[in-house]
Design a protein around this ligand. Structure first.
Ligand code: NZQ
Ligand code: ZN
Length: 387
């Protein structure tokens, strides 16, 4: 087990109706709130009206229209401007991971006098950030429990995972009933995203019985509950377990003491959604089985055996490479069974920019340091195998 230094300061308030505590919580941070949200789903589900009613005594400035794969310009820049002009005390992000990620970048930018891209691109380290409270409405990213935000800059095809310990939400409200309306497409993509978060931590050199068990349970929870949510979108128990399993995804708790992995599938997917603005979880589902096939070797096979036997119940007495291949096929088939498009061409990506994207990933994502190092050629090969 490797050394670690771990802290997640976020307070989680979970369950049906917990949003009633919002005025009490927001009161801890000040009167002036920047309310951030996306394209209108929170209005359709009645959450916008509920928030406005609960916070009638506060001064609210709004930033709406934050898109999936949130953009630096306009959303982050607009939000920073609003915070500075209105002397905002606290940000309330209401929506999916994109709204929350954008709000994290705004929170850092609001306390910085220079070019906000300096922070996101790690040129300058943030000294502080506005506090963030969120009501998460989509189970997927785990942004509600981590200090990261993923921001896209269209003109340079950059999609950067920006992490800073100042960006943990102070408080996250998790009410599974607000996820009842998440579409089948986004429910499946959220499941694939969260499964990949676990796999990015599971496939490594040095793990433990404890962490493997936690992660294998997480993967099983996601697969079982995603199917239930797709069959019955208002299955509270399934939505609740799905939500909590996703929440643990990216803050490190699944793999405390495990060795570094490099998160290769995320590194590659960021290019797909930066260049083509596709849904993150779908890009991951397409890449993951191809990446697995690409890295299967004598060095990695035992991890695939453990994964295949413990997650998919594959017969452990078979030849180890046969188990590994069955496990990779089972991964593909699960994603296919929940109707995720499983080829890049199904999401509008053809051969034309593969080499350019592979170069971008090789230069920017550091995958030469991944558990199984990936060169520019490896990355291009994985993209081509995904076509
Ligand atoms: O924009 P609105 O109208 O709100 O609609 C959204 C959006 O169209 C809709 N939606 C959200 N909640 C809903 C709902 N529709 C109906 N009912 C609800 N309750 O769903 C669509 C997708 O929303 P989005 O926020 O983009 O999805 P998700 O939560 O999957 O976030 C994806 C983004 O998070 C980043 C991804 O790269 C991507 O940009 N990630 C962030 C991470 C983090 N901070 O730790 C880790 C992940 O790896 C991920 O990379
Ligand atoms: Zn992800």
């Amino acid at each position: 087990m490797q050394n670690f230094d771990y802290q997640t300061p976020t307070r989680l308030i979970f369950g049906k109706g917990v949003v009633e505590k919002l005025p009490e919580i927001m009161g801890n941070y000040g009167k002036k709130i920047l309310l951030t949200y996306g394209g209108g789903s929170i209005k359709k589900i009645g959450l916008y009206d509920k928030v406005k009613e609960l916070l009638a005594d506060f001064e609210i400035t709004e930033l709406s229209g934050i898109q999936p794969n949130p953009k630096y310009d306009p959303s982050v820049l607009d939000g920073v401007k609003l915070c500075k002009e209105n002397d905002i005390d606290v940000i309330l992000a209401v929506g999916g991971g994109s709204v929350l990620d954008c709000s994290k970048a705004i929170a850092a930018g609001a306390k910085y006098d220079g070019d906000v891209w300096d922070l996101i691109s790690y040129k300058v380290k943030a000294r502080s950030a506005l506090p963030i409270v969120d009501i998460i409405t989509l189970a997927a990213t785990g942004s509600e429990y981590d200090c990261g935000g993923v921001i896209s800059r269209t003109e340079t095809n950059d999609k950067i995972g920006y992490m800073d310990s100042h960006l943990y939400p102070a408080v996250s409200f998790l009410d599974p009933t607000y996820t009842f309306t998440v579409s089948k497409k986004q429910t499946a993509a959220g499941c694939a995203d969260a499964m990949n978060h676990i796999m990015e931590q599971y496939f490594c050199e040095d793990s433990s019985i404890l962490n493997d068990g936690f992660m294998e349970a997480g993967l099983k929870s996601l697969m079982v509950n995603a199917v239930k949510c797709l069959e019955n979108p208002e299955d509270y128990t399934a939505r609740a377990e799905m939500m909590l399993t996703c929440t643990y995804g990216c803050n490190g708790i699944y793999a405390l003491g495990n060795s570094y992995t490099g998160w290769p599938c995320h590194g590659m997917e960021h290019a797909l959604s930066a260049y083509y603005d596709i849904t993150h979880g779908e890009g991951l589902a397409i890449i993951t089985p191809r990446w697995m096939k690409h890295i299967l070797s004598e060095k990695t096979v035992d991890r695939f055996v453990k994964y295949g036997v413990n997650v998919f119940g594959i017969d452990g007495t078979l030849d180890k490479f046969e188990i590994a291949e069955k496990a990779i096929n089972a991964t593909y088939q699960f994603f296919e069974s929940i109707n995720i498009p499983m080829h890049l061409k199904d999401v509008g990506i053809d051969e034309s920019r593969i080499d350019e994207m592979a170069h971008h990933v090789a230069v920017n994502e550091g995958l030469e340091n991944a558990w199984v190092p990936l060169t520019e050629k490896d990355i291009a090969d994985i993209f081509r195998a995904s076509l």
